[in-house]
Design a protein around this ligand. Structure first.
Ligand code: SAJ
Length: 448
């Protein structure tokens, strides 16, 4: 087999072309570190087009479920997963020494914040040590975790490069941000444009070749920093615009204007605007977190990211605004928060997901309980969760509404019968305008 006019043995010393050859022939062994909502869809997509894929995770339960072909990620069907596992194209392991076998290593580990809201790149650092320990010439390493500009070249590169193993020669290093919108059926890993920045031109060439095997449109940029900044900008754009519409909700409440009507009317403008909705707060593991990676890095340059911090302040206030709305709603019935019964309808951080991490529902629950209310919840997608050391279990909606003095709609799951909710509820605080199409019982409903 010849490639580029040369035999494979000749290529052996030319790592870039050998790697490109095995990628294009789908012979490359792909390692995906972190098989979560980003890593698992990526792993399945690569396996579907013929790559052999090894999913690495410290979570033995996830590893076992992948190897059993049972998906735990909403956007990956167990059918698709079982198929590639059954064909022997995807296997999962907790044995990170097998990274040495991989031609390509894609890192999709979490990048949370510490308790005082500084970046926590400990997951990236841990993987960097594991990759470095099993490093061999001829590997492509791609970081996908959302992080501050500079991480790839300032944190990963020094840990991977040695005097004998040089980036762009013996190994290739790139950053390519994940762009996953959990629950979005229209845009998937395959048809979502992928930005890629390589440490060297050779790194970019290899990384572009890799991603082009399964992604329709790959967008090369001049450096990993540009790619890292692109991603943080994307999430900051959302955080700031959500905060803008949340601030509008606070003002409209004071002015007696229906913010939902304003948002809908503004959305009729055919250009120059993008619709965002006010809400009970901003959840998930991206929008409330990623912008603060940039805030932290900007300080190094004596720069204060005022928009990001202001957006964070406003978004963090929304659960407290929900509390104020609940107090007003209960007041209509001569009740106060203390001793009242509140049913949260929906605890997931956004519609039609079962993910309650960083959900505003958790802060609303905490605030209302602290004020002496008794709080239960109903969420058809979240059977139970634990928060503040307490277990919570979803209450059937009819029982919950019969029990509650006030229902608070926190997540507007499309599978909930909102007419039934309004009919059964005594009082409702609707933080998502989920009841907009319910004509009956409007007198019971207090909108954000
Ligand atoms: N939210 C609002 N009002 C809005 C939009 C969202 O209150 O108008 C709230 C949601 O309820 C949720 C939070 O903000 O609690 C985040 O919403 P999101 O739709 O941004 O959801 P994520 O974090 O799951 O996904 C986002 C991606 N979302 C979209 O592009 C629609 C995208 O920004 C990133 O690819 C992804 O984070 C990520 O992984 O970074």
């Amino acid at each position: 087999m010849k490639y580029d006019g040369r035999t494979m043995p000749e290529l052996a010393t030319d790592h870039k072309n050998r790697l490109i050859a095995v990628i294009e022939q789908r012979q490359a062994l792909v390692g995906v570190v972190g098989i979560g909502y980003v890593g698992l869809p990526m792993a399945v997509e690569k396996a579907k087009v013929g790559f052999r894929v090894v999913g690495f995770d410290r979570n033995a339960d996830r590893v076992a479920r992948v190897n059993a072909g049972t998906s735990y990620i909403k956007d990956v069907s167990s059918e698709d997963l079982a198929a590639v596992v059954g064909q022997g194209r995807l296997v999962a392991t907790t044995d990170f020494t097998r990274l040495a076998d991989c031609d390509v290593v894609v890192i999709c580990v979490p990048t949370p914040l510490t308790a005082n809201r500084d970046p926590d790149i400990s997951y990236i650092m841990a993987v960097a040590e594991q990759v470095a320990a099993s490093m061999r010439p001829g590997q492509l390493i791609c970081l996908e975790s959302t992080t501050y500009p500079g991480t790839t070249e300032e944190v990963l590169l020094p840990r991977l490069e040695t005097s004998a193993v040089k980036v762009g020669r013996e190994f290739f290093l790139a950053f390519s941000p994940e762009r996953v919108d959990p629950g979005n059926a229209r845009y998937t890993t395959k048809n979502t444009n992928k930005v890629v920045g390589g440490v060297t031109p050779a790194c970019l060439e290899v990384a572009r070749t890799f991603y082009s095997q399964t992604i329709l449109h790959v967008v090369p940029v001049s450096s990993p920093k540009v790619a890292e900044m692109t991603k943080v900008f994307e999430n900051t754009f959302r955080a700031v615009n959500i905060a803008l519409v949340n601030e509008l909700a606070l003002l409209c409440d004071r002015m007696g204007i229906d913010v939902w009507e304003v948002v809908e009317a503004a959305a009729t403008k055919p250009f120059g605007i993008m619709k965002f909705n006010p809400g009970p707060g901003v959840g998930g593991h991206c929008i409330p977190i990623d912008p603060f990676y940039l805030t932290w890095k900007a300080r190094e340059y004596d720069f204060h990211t005022r928009f990001i911090e202001l957006a964070g302040e406003i978004n963090v206030q929304m659960p407290y605004f929900v509390r104020e709305k609940v107090i007003r709603a209960l007041g209509e019935d001569g009740k106060g928060l203390k001793g009242s019964r509140i049913l949260l309808v929906g605890v997931a951080y956004k519609r039609d997901l079962d993910d309650w991490r960083e959900s505003p529902a958790l802060k609303i629950l905490e605030i209302l309980e602290r004020d002496g209310a008794e709080v239960r919840y109903h969420d058809p997608l979240v059977a139970d969760f634990s928060w503040g050391g307490h277990p919570y279990r979803s209450t059937p909606v009819a029982d919950g509404l019969a029990w509650a003095d006030c229902a608070v709609i926190v997540t507007d799951h499309s599978g909930i019968d909102w007419t039934d909710v309004v009919t059964r509820a005594r009082r409702i605080v609707d933080t998502r305008n989920a009841t907009r199409d319910v004509p009956v019982g409007r007198e019971k409903v207090t909108k954000l």
